[in-house]
Design a binder for this molecule. Structure first.
Ligand SMILES: *Cc1c(COP(=O)(O)O)cnc(C)c1O
Length: 365
């Protein structure tokens, strides 16, 4: 068996020890006589897994007691709709306006979906810099009657990240953290809702984590499907229907692994170091490789770069593949290259990529 270093933006790599443990426990989970995939989501055995996962996530992110943690389905994309359906407060007469910050591809997706339910007001945007910067807080103009402010702390496709948390006063702040959650410590108390599809930095595809402040529950639009109601999901322990048991279980193994690594403060150091090595390689290449993002807003998770000679793109990708460095092709909407280096990408994987990039540059000069 030879595993490659997989730089895919999502689903991304999982820690090898997590996969090994899932394999070892696959046929029979902890004396249950059956696979975790074959037992009831309401069984004592699975409830222990579910609760353990939630508790470890709470510990890792230091989630305050007045927040619910939900394990839902539908991906981050369903949250683009569930956020307005829950936070406009439709049941109580409600608000019509929701503020959005537009920093690129995923912000725009969230905006387009929210427009089905809300009058979207763009509070800030970085389209004037072609999404190479994040708009400074001083430029944000919130609507006077907004229900919440939504932003995307890490734009997975552009490779653009907020390295600060916006302050929106009493207006609930909502964050799509799909590609940055668990990469560093977080002050959850600054947010109304945090959501993230699992397949980047949490676990396998199929489960979506939603962290929601309790006072925001119970206002869901009357016509929303009951599965979309945060409060009902919270009351049922995210088990209104059959939960995504296997993805939930593997996510729990990832949380245990993160604790063993020393928690998120340690992950942050490792992630800074990993990203730093790649950016240093790009910046030190005399323009052979180029990253277009404002250095203050560069993503630590998704490092985008182009080759000065785009005719070399396909050779670069082929040779990288031969070297066991896969999925480096940038998103079809932006082209170039993208190295996604989530928590589970070992530092040796980044070192191998840097070594490859230096050698490739030398050969092409
Ligand atoms: C991947 C991604 C999504 C889409 O997630 P799904 O789980 O596929 O719906 C949304 N937002 C961001 C920031 C992402 O990286």
């Amino acid at each position: 068996m030879s595993r490659v270093y997989n730089f895919s933006a999502g689903p991304g790599m999982l820690p090898e020890v997590v996969l090994e443990r899932a394999r070892d426990e696959l046929l029979e989970w902890d004396g249950a006589g059956a696979s975790v995939m074959e037992i009831s989501h309401r069984s004592k055995d699975f409830l222990a897994i579910a609760e353990g996962a939630e508790n470890n996530l709470r510990e890792l992110l230091a989630i305050p007691d007045n927040y619910k943690v939900l394990f839902l389905q539908g991906g981050a994309t369903l949250q683009f709709a569930m956020v307005p359906l829950n936070l406009l407060g439709g049941k109580l007469g409600g608000k019509k306006v929701a503020d959005y910050v537009n920093t690129g591809h995923w912000s725009k997706k969230a905006i387009t979906e929210a427009e089905r339910f809300a009058d979207v007001h763009i509070a800030a945007a970085s389209d004037d810099s072609d999404f190479t910067t994040v708009p400074p807080q001083s430029s944000w103009q919130l609507h006077t009657d907004t229900a919440y402010v939504h932003f995307t702390p890490n734009e997975t496709i552009g490779g653009l990240e907020f390295h600060w948390t916006p302050d929106t006063g009493d207006v609930p702040l909502v964050a799509d953290m799909s590609s940055t959650i668990l990469s560093r410590p977080l002050d959850v108390s600054k947010f109304g809702v945090i959501y993230a599809g699992a397949q980047k930095n949490i676990g396998p595809a199929g489960v979506t984590v939603v962290i929601v402040r309790e006072d925001l529950l119970g206002k869901t639009s009357d016509n929303a499907p009951s599965l979309f109601d945060y409060q009902k999901q919270a009351e049922s322990g995210s088990m209104m229907n059959t939960a995504p048991t296997f993805a939930w279980y593997v996510s729990g193994l990832v949380f245990e692994w993160l604790k063993e690594q020393g928690g998120l403060a340690v992950m942050e150091q490792v992630n800074e170091r990993k990203a730093g090595k790649l950016y240093a390689c790009i910046d030190g290449s005399d323009g052979f490789y180029k990253n277009h993002i404002d250095p203050k807003c560069r993503s630590r998770m998704n490092i985008t770069f182009t080759l000065a000679r785009p005719e070399l793109d396909s050779v670069f990708l082929e040779r990288a593949q031969e070297a066991g460095l896969v999925a480096l092709k940038g998103h079809r909407s932006v082209g170039g290259m993208r190295a996604s280096i989530y928590n589970a990408m070992p530092e040796q994987g980044v070192d191998a990529l840097v070594e490859f990039m230096l050698a490739f540059h030398q050969r092409c000069d």
